[in-house]
Design a protein around this ligand. Structure first.
Ligand SMILES: [Zn+2]
Length: 293
């Protein structure tokens, strides 16, 4: 592959950086997290267990015990406005090792309940306990899931090849998070030869900020990441939809024109040029010729 080509995916409006967050379990601490995100204009995806709405509990997981109270259904629609709701299983079951019928039910029932609240298709998912196997992957496809997040940190700023195994960049408590933020915010194009565009994806649970008493750490991180004109702040679903639109583009055999069959404007550019082109939905465009180095 030549690095001179100018048909590489850029984010909307020709941006080269995208930032997204993913938080699990739909618990009361999400309220404080959302206040923080809304203050800074950052978007997140929240992964909810529809069969556990309103359930009270506590969590320690080897750290300080804190409340783990699931939000009630009527709180959900209002709270997550402007963000994305995705499925996290009906009952937060560890699906690895389960039979396919059980997996499909766990996924589909959580989709149905969220769609009743949301009024549109919910096709995002986060694996409870980060657990999955081949059967779970088949069940996700059968149940119409478009993307699913794991808990395996890549420490990379890359776009996933397979959205059903979407490994995040890191957890919010990762010791490398500020180093990765600097790498992301710099204008270096990163290590990918596939695209000059970078994706920074952070996940966690908002109760962990109570456990570790580190809400300040999150605010420091979010304030560093927020407010950059060259960053696209998006939900997980928006990122996946955009990348899929890019992947659906059709190129002429001569490589001079490109057609966008999707309903989303797609932006293309190269590693060695600041120029970019916009390919509107249902339209063709002339590709920017490569610069010969
Ligand atoms: Zn969970």
């Amino acid at each position: 592959m030549s690095l001179q080509v100018n048909d590489r995916m850029l984010w909307p409006k020709g941006k080269r950086k995208a930032f997204t967050l993913s938080y699990d379990d739909g618990i009361t601490q999400d309220k404080r997290l959302i206040e923080l995100l809304n203050k800074y204009g950052v978007k997140a995806t929240f992964n909810l267990n529809s069969g556990l709405f309103g359930q009270s509990g506590a969590v320690s997981a080897g750290k300080k015990e804190v409340s783990h109270i699931k939000l009630r259904e009527e709180e959900i629609a209002v709270l997550y406005k402007g963000h994305e709701m995705a499925a996290h299983g009906q009952y937060h079951k560890c699906m690895a090792g389960m039979d396919i019928a059980g997996c499909v039910e766990e996924i589909l029932e959580s989709r149905k309940a969220l769609e009743r609240i949301e009024g549109r298709p919910v096709t995002g998912f986060a694996y409870a306990f980060g657990a999955y196997d081949e059967v779970v992957l088949k069940a996700l496809e059968a149940a119409g899931i478009a993307y699913a997040r794991t808990i395996d940190a890549t420490h990379k700023l890359e776009i996933p090849q397979n959205f059903l195994i979407w490994n995040p960049t890191c957890h919010h408590d990762d010791e490398k998070i500020f180093e990765l933020a600097d790498e992301f915010l710099s204008d270096e194009f990163g290590s990918s030869l596939i695209t000059p565009s970078k994706l920074f994806y952070v996940w966690g649970h908002s109760y962990e900020f109570d456990q570790c008493d580190n809400w300040g750490h999150m605010e420091e991180f979010i304030s560093k990441m927020a407010g950059h004109d060259d960053v696209w702040y998006a939900t997980n679903g928006e990122i996946r939809e955009y990348v899929e639109a890019y992947r659906r583009l059709l190129y002429s055999a001569e490589g001079k024109t490109v057609y966008n069959p999707s309903a989303i404007p797609v932006y293309l550019g190269g590693i060695f040029t600041k120029e970019y082109m916009e390919v509107l939905p249902g339209q063709s465009g002339e590709l920017v010729p490569p610069h010969i180095l």
